[in-house]
Design a protein around this ligand. Structure first.
Ligand code: MG
Length: 178
């Protein structure tokens, strides 16, 4: 089986509104254009996964059963929009924990690659923080930074290959670069 290119997506601030320690499945709110964006990437031959830091778990703000339910619902919603998200990877560690799974470390991307046979060199990491960008680079992939919450300036990490205002624009730029 040839290795597949993937787009690995951050969750909060990328696919859904970042409510900070979202713990209630009923409060999931999708960002504009995300379904169309993922359909474009699917049609361009990318498989799709999600990688999310969840420090809310060790903080006691997020219950792992709710986290599982939130991911089940997001996956079902995208499926109803014709988009198959292969897997959700989460890193339930504190912000000061340098665990391999916690972005900016690449563990979740490496896990996705192992599970699905991904070609990380031809893959992209997309997120709204420079830690997402760095996780992509540490995995050997290219990276997209979304929006203006975070800036490549004053960051200790290398800048993203693409800086886009939103996921739909990012998808079109990824496809243009291949
Ligand atoms: Mg985010």
């Amino acid at each position: 089986m040839p290795l597949k290119p993937a787009v690995i997506l951050d969750r909060d601030g990328t696919l859904i509104v970042d409510l900070v320690y979202l713990n209630e499945p009923d409060r999931i709110e999708y960002l504009p254009g995300v379904f169309q964006a993922l359909r474009l990437l699917r049609d361009a031959g990318y498989v799709l996964c999600v990688a999310t830091n969840q420090s809310g778990v060790p903080r006691g703000r997020v219950d792992v059963r709710n986290l599982d339910e939130i991911h089940r619902r997001i996956q079902a919603k995208f499926a109803s929009e014709g988009v198959d998200i292969l897997s959700f990877h989460s890193a339930p560690y504190m912000t000061d924990n340098d665990h391999i799974l916690r972005k900016p470390n690449p563990g979740m991307l490496l896990e996705a690659a192992r599970w699905h046979g991904l070609d990380l060199k031809r893959s992209w990491m997309v997120g709204d923080r420079m830690t997402d960008v760095e996780a992509g680079h540490r995995a050997g992939s290219r990276s997209v930074l979304l929006g203006t919450w975070d800036s490549p300036k004053n960051s200790p990490f290398d800048p993203p290959e693409i800086h886009a205002p939103n996921l739909l624009t990012a998808a079109m730029e990824i496809i243009a670069r291949g």
